[in-house]
Every structure is written in C-alpha cells, then in structure tokens.
Write a new protein. Structure first.
Length: 237
C-alpha cells in the first residue's frame, strides 16, 4: 500500500492501525479531532470533526492533488461519555438528545466521510474503505436487547456501507467497502464494560489491529458490502 487514511487516529484501535501501517506504507494520513501530532516525513496529521460536514470537507484540503488512497479506515465511534450518555438498559432511557448524538457520530459522520472521501479511493488497483462497526448492530444476533441507540446506529451504518458498495461498483470496480467488528478491545469506549469480559476475550488494540489488517489484506471484490469479524468470518445483518 502506498497511501492510507485513518479517520479517528486518536482512538485506541485507530492509533494501533496507524502505527502498524506506518512501518510499511509510503504515507499515512491521520485524521483526528484530538491529539493532532506534528507531521513527520511519513505521517501527516490533520484535524477532523466528523460531526461537522464542513470540517470533513476542510480536512481534504490538506491532501496533495492526485493523491489516491489504497485504504481508508474509519475508526471513529461513540458509546458513552463521562457525563449523561450511557447505553440504554430500557425504553425509558431513550432520549432524543442521546439518540441524535450517537447517530451523529456512528452513522451520519461515517456516511459523510464516505461521501467526501470516496473520490480519493485508488481506482487502478485494489482499494479498501473499511468502517469499524459492531456485532451488536446485527439484528439477527440480537438476543438480549438494550443499547438502543448504539445498536441501531451501527445497524444503519452497515446498511450505508452496503449501499456504497452497490453504487460505487459501477464507477470503481477495484473498490471494496466493508464493515469490521474489532472484537472486544481495551479502550475508553469499552472501559465501563470490561469487567464483564474474560481476559481471553479482551483484545489489546494492537492485537485487534493486526487481525483487522490481515482481514483487509485478504479481501476480494466479492467481499464488498459485507460485515466481517476480526477473524474474517462474515457476520449476518
Ligand atoms: N472497543 C471495543 O470493544 C469495540 C467493540 C466493537 C466495536 N468497536 C468500534 O470500534 C471503533 C473504535 O473504538 P475504540 O474502541 O478504538 O474507541 P475509542 O478509543 O474511544 O476511539 C473512538 C474515536 O472516535 C473519535 N471520535 C468520536 N467523535 C468524533 C468526532 N466528532 N470527530 C472525530 N473523531 C471523533 C474519538 O476522538 P477523540 O479522541 O477526539 O474523542 C476517538 O479517536 C468504534 O466505532 C467502536 O464502535 C469497538
């Protein structure tokens, strides 16, 4: 891979993906809202707030003309904050404000990232547009309910990824769109729930990132539109 873009490079998984890729690829473009670092010869660091379409558009002004990405990896996401947003246990916990916030970051932001970044996907060789989703977004896998906004925001994200794959097949046959489930990974996002997970099932961000990059390397055009686990298995919608 020559050029890659990571959106959400300040996150646990995004940061690991960036670190691992920077060993081999020519230029890594890191996009993040917080912790924008100094550029190096290999790593370009660009501010982005995916809740603002203008910021998404602005961020692309820093990409040299003619640059095409072999991989665009969207690692942003939101489940809870330290303030008033926590996954709903029950219908009574639903609120317009919380639903809007979760959908804004998990669904609308990635959809607009797609809108503005798709023209930057390489066309002359295999290119991958990967989005971190979550297994709880699978409707057929939902056995215990709860987590209304997070689950449904990821379900909707998976539908958007599928739509991208259908529409872009016509203009870029080398582009592959996938949703990826990273496993349960140690991060701020998973912190409040880590005590419910056995240490065998709790991945480090580096481990998850290595597995996800392996899945990405093995993708073929038949996989476009799918939702895949860190192990490469397909997760049904
Ligand atoms: N960890 C898990 O167990 C797990 C399991 C299943 C799926 N996932 C998915 O994996 C993805 C990454 O999660 P993670 O565990 O790495 O979480 P994380 O460390 O909390 O990273 C989340 C990232 O999203 C960024 N972000 C949030 N809102 C943003 C905005 N408006 N503009 C730009 N960036 C924004 C955060 O940036 P700031 O630093 O600026 O806040 C942070 O870099 C998420 O989509 C999550 O749903 C994670």
């Amino acid at each position: 891979m020559k050029n890659v873009a990571i959106i959400g490079s300040s996150g646990a998984i995004g940061n690991s993906i960036s670190k691992i890729l920077s060993r081999d690829v020519e230029t890594v473009y890191n996009f993040s809202r917080s912790g924008v670092k100094e550029d190096t010869k290999k790593e370009k660091n660009i501010f982005i707030d995916i809740e603002k379409e203008e910021s998404i558009i602005d961020s692309l002004k820093y990409i040299p003309e003619e640059t095409k990405f072999d991989l665009i990896f969207v690692a942003t996401g939101f489940l809870h904050n330290n303030d008033d947003i926590f996954p709903e246990k029950s219908i009574k916990d639903l609120s317009e404000e919380k639903l809007k916030k979760v959908f804004h970051i998990n669904t609308i932001g990635p959809a607009l990232i797609g809108k503005h970044f798709i023209p930057y996907l390489a066309k002359t060789n295999k290119s991958v547009f990967a989005f971190l989703s979550a297994k709880v977004g699978s409707i057929s896998d939902n056995k215990i309910g709860g987590w209304y906004s997070y689950r449904s925001s990821k379900t909707a994200l998976n539908q958007i990824i599928k739509n991208f794959s259908i529409e872009i097949k016509r203009s870029n046959q080398n582009a592959i769109f996938v949703g990826l489930q990273p496993g349960t990974v140690k991060s701020n996002l998973s912190k409040p729930f880590q005590k419910n997970v056995s240490s065998n099932n709790m991945f480090s961000p580096d481990y998850s990132a290595e597995k996800l990059l392996k899945v990405i390397n093995n993708l073929s055009s038949d996989d476009s539109g799918k939702f895949l686990s860190w192990s490469g298995e397909e997760i049904q919608p």
